[in-house]
Design a protein around this ligand. Structure first.
Ligand SMILES: C[S@@+](CC[C@H](N)C(=O)[O-])C[C@H]1O[C@@H](n2cnc3c(N)ncnc32)[C@H](O)[C@@H]1O
Length: 214
């Protein structure tokens, strides 16, 4: 799994070095400050062995969720809650909630602790077990799905959750690069006239964003 790829400097016509633009998340208030401090610490100390998304991908998830006003985000693959914490930055603004699925007890326990320290535990439901089964527990409408568990399971998750995604909602999947992505999933999101799919960040971890059309 790719965990971080930074944009590299390029050279202009005269050979001068052109540094890439850099942006970071600046806390707007104390609640954001608290979440961001846990994000920073988890990214620094819990990345190893837990397969969490790169920071820039976390920022993309937050922007997508907040810009569609997501009130209910469903995530497959909690790990230790790093991407979930990025979602919580958005959900603080929208007064929304996150339902997140994880099969590994140790990671789920660590995620619970990370959400508690960030002050967002009330917004988050962690469902422990094999998400191919437990995802059936989702009954409420969903604004955004984030697929980041077993890659060969993405198609099954899509089939189970797409009917619950509201028109104008998003299905976002991680590790969508040739070789990593399940071709059946790519087929499903690019050949369905009800979806508008784009691919982001293909030079790095690879993210697909599929809009469920209105
Ligand atoms: C790439 S990590 C998720 C990273 C997380 N989204 C983040 O960025 O913080 C994938 C996670 O999916 C979990 N997973 C794999 N198969 C699963 C399944 N069938 N049901 C639930 N979780 C599963 C793994 O245990 C692992 O923690």
């Amino acid at each position: 799994m790719i965990t971080s790829i930074q944009a590299q400097p390029t050279r202009g016509p005269g050979g001068e070095v052109r540094e890439p633009f850099v942006a970071r998340t600046l806390p707007k208030d104390d609640a954001e400050k608290r979440i961001l401090s846990v994000i920073e610490e988890v990214g620094r100390t819990q990345r190893r062995g837990n397969m969490i998304v790169p920071e820039q991908d976390g920022r993309i998830l937050r922007v997508l969720a907040e810009s569609i006003g997501a009130r209910h985000v469903v995530e497959l693959g909690t790990s230790v809650g790093y991407s979930g914490l990025w979602f919580c930055l958005a959900l603080e603004r929208t007064d929304g909630r996150l339902t997140t699925f994880e099969i590994d007890e140790r990671r789920a326990a660590q995620a619970r602790e990370n959400f508690r320290r960030a002050g967002v535990a009330e917004r988050v439901t962690i469902v422990l077990g094999d998400a191919h089964e437990t995802v059936r527990q989702v009954k409420d409408p969903v604004d955004m799905v984030f697929l980041d568990a077993d890659k060969e399971g993405y198609l099954d998750y899509l089939q189970k959750l797409l009917p619950l995604v509201r028109p104008g909602g998003l299905i976002v999947a991680h590790n969508i690069t040739p070789g990593m992505a399940d071709p059946r999933y790519i087929e499903a999101i690019t050949n369905n006239p009800a979806l508008e799919t784009i691919f982001l960040n293909l030079h790095a971890s690879g993210i697909s964003v599929s809009l469920k059309k209105r």
